[in-house]
Every structure is written in C-alpha cells, then in structure tokens.
Write a protein that binds this ligand. Sequence first.
Ligand code: URA
Length: 192
Amino acid sequence: MEISWDKLNEDIQGCSRCPLGAGAHHRVPGQGNPQAELMLIGEGPGRDEDESGLAFVGRAGQLLTRMLAAIGMTREEVFICNIVKCRPPDNRTPLPEEAAACLPYLRCQFALVRPRVILLLGATACRYTLGETFRVSRERGRFVVKNGVWFMPTYHPAALLRDESKKRDAWQDLKQVRDKLKELRAGSSSNS
Ligand code: URA
C-alpha cells in the first residue's frame, strides 16, 4: 500500500535516521504540485531552506525559478525536492550514509508524484539516482530512461552562479526537458 503525503511528511518531520535532523531548524521535505509531470531533485537544504522549511528558496532557488520561467513553467507546476531533507552542516555534501538514510523518503515522493520527467540538479542528485560513477560534467544533457521515466542530468543552479559559462549548456538541457514534456503530452492525448 502506498504511503499518504500526510504520513510521509509526518515521518520526515519526526525522522532520526541520521544525525542531520538534530542540527536542523526545519526539515525540508520539498514542495509543489503533488501530481507534477516534472520533478526537480537537488542535493539538500542550504541556510535559507533550513530557515524557511522550503526547498530552493535562496539564490540558487531564485535562479531555478527563472530557469523554469524560461521554459514557460512555474514552481507551482513542478515538484521540487532534494536528496536529503535536512541541512548538512556548513552546506557540505551529504555523506553516503545520510543520503542512504533519506532516500526512502525520495522514493515515496516519486511514487506519489509519478513524474514523467525528472531534472537532476548537480552531482549529488545524479549520483544517488543514476549511479555512483555518473559524472555531470561529462554526461549531462542526455536523457537516461529508467522504467519509462526520463531523467535529465544537468548542472546545479549554484554551479551556474559560480560559473556563468555553464548557463548555455544548462539552457540546452532545459529546452530538452520542455520538448520532452511536449512530446509526452502529445503522445498521451493521441492515445486517449
Ligand atoms: N541547494 C539544493 O541542492 N537544494 C536546495 O533546496 C537549496 C540549495
């Protein structure tokens, strides 16, 4: 039986599967359309997210909002979440055991939302969904299809803030996402 959103969020709020929760001001489950066609997965909450309890609201999140707008989408239409739901100290990369402890929550979110396309933001998101050896710099920009779901690996928006030259590639990746959604929608309307 599938878990409900309420139970899932309750579990996340009460979680003690790893030490990160003890240091967090807020747990950050993620937010957006619970039936989104497009799901976005980042790494983990930063300071602004830890303070607000919402995913991607800081500078990287604001850039993400603009990136979505560039493909004609709003944050309300998509579901935005992270590999880990609590802020790692000093924004360090989550440890493998922290990610492993938190991944069941992401799996539940995935099962509830049932997205058709997933945008993977940065190395951590790619590593825990596509495999440990995945390298964003070499392998971004090409869809990986798993069980009928289209995964697009791309740069993390924080990487785009650090290095503007990556924006051009990220834009190409987003356009592919936009086109794939269009194609999938056209396919479903002709089948119905
Ligand atoms: N970076 C992430 O990976 N996730 C957030 O929610 C914010 C910044």
